[in-house]
Design a protein around this ligand. Structure first.
Ligand SMILES: [Zn+2]
Length: 198
């Protein structure tokens, strides 16, 4: 086995859901790529280390300081959907049914997995709402965590934290079956969960 190939396989196995065999398949396929494409691939990877990756406002992906959603005048900046992960944001964006903005927590509260409230972007959310409330009293926070134990724990915690702020707080409707996820919900389900939020 070539050392260079072996090294790359090891890197791929660090990715979620990729085992050694799958990693080997990916790398062997890449051996057939034209040199230019490999160069581009390696540049996009090293580019991840430069400049902003996460929006300073909502923690979505971006190349600028603020993401395209936070800087869009077409979006209602007073409706904030709080999601666990960037992939949840992307699923909601694909529905095209939500015209507000997001706040990506970066996970859920999961003490046994070592994830505590201070590991999530919760204080950032509270500050963001306080800033927004200086401009308008009409702010809504839509808690869009997943309907599983950790998502529920996180939602309850958020509701408690939001209480003193006197901000309208809603949850995605139960169209999302318990145990399902925002990321993999089909679009109709998500659109309905949003429409009937309460
Ligand atoms: Zn943003």
């Amino acid at each position: 086995m070539s050392q260079r190939v072996q090294k790359l396989i090891e890197f791929f196995t660090k990715l979620p859901g990729i085992g050694p065999r799958q990693a080997a398949r990916l790398v062997l396929d890449m051996l057939n790529w034209p040199a230019g494409e490999l160069e581009e691939f390696s540049q996009s990877i090293s580019g991840l280390g430069n400049g902003p990756i996460l929006c300073t406002n909502c923690f979505n992906l971006t190349d600028e300081e603020k993401c395209s959603i936070c800087s869009s005048h077409k979006r209602d900046q007073t409706r904030i959907a709080v999601v666990e992960k960037i992939t949840d944001l992307q699923s909601m964006e694909r529905t095209g049914a939500f015209n507000g903005v997001y706040h990506v927590l970066g996970g859920t509260i999961n003490p046994s997995g070592g994830s505590l409230p201070h590991n999530l972007k919760i204080s950032e959310l509270l500050n963001r709402i306080l800033e927004l409330q200086k401009l308008t009293p009409d702010v809504e926070v839509i808690i869009a965590t997943n309907p599983n134990t950790y998502g529920e724990t996180t939602a309850l915690y958020l509701e408690e934290e939001l209480k003193p702020l006197n901000v309208k707080t809603t949850r995605l409707a139960r169209g999302l079956a318990a145990g399902s996820s925002v990321e993999y919900a089909d679009e109709i389900t998500l659109v309905n969960a949003l429409k009937h939020r309460r």
